[in-house]
Design a protein. Sequence first.
Length: 227
Amino acid sequence: MLKSKSVMLIIALLTATAVTALAFHGALTAPGGSAAPTIVIDPGHGGADGGVTGKNSGVTEAEINLEISLLLEKSLEDRGYNVVKTRTAEGTVAKAGSEKLLDMEKRKETILKTVPDLVISVHCNKFPSSERRGAQVFFNKFSDEGKRLAESVQNKLNILNMENVGRAFSALSGDYYILNCSPYPSAIVECGFLSNASDEALLLNADYRLQLVEKLADGVSEYLLTD
């Protein structure tokens, strides 16, 4: 009788383990059973490399980039995607001079290790003329998939551009490290111009950041779901 109970206990434990394993696997797979897409989010700048500074508030680009990236991470995970970030806090290995290159190489290392379906690098823009504003997306001109990703994201962001700037923008090619450092479709999203007071106010507004993130996530989803 004791032996029979032991066998039953072992069977129960094995069953529970199998169920747990299936549940864990399900969390990493798409509804159709295929592997869920993996996305690398790259919050630009960080640490001593604050990027550009807000025209009126003095807020650093690095702060805004990380805030938007954290919100984007949640939005994409809520949609069933796997997300990896190249930077998870305010700090980074970049401090000054040659260490900037080290920081970029670390970001590249994260991307290559992850083997993602796509990369989104989050930034804020600056221009000598304070009149320049709007959300703009860049891609590697040698990457057809990168261009398709950038256009998908830009089309969604143009909904906000039309509402706030009064015009739409086209995705543009750009020669930037994060676009060139890996073979994966990559896009740099310049979320707005911190050199423009109106864009700066929008980027500091929590409700607007949520709208921005949803449009970014919509663009990513559209890209992944369209052959």
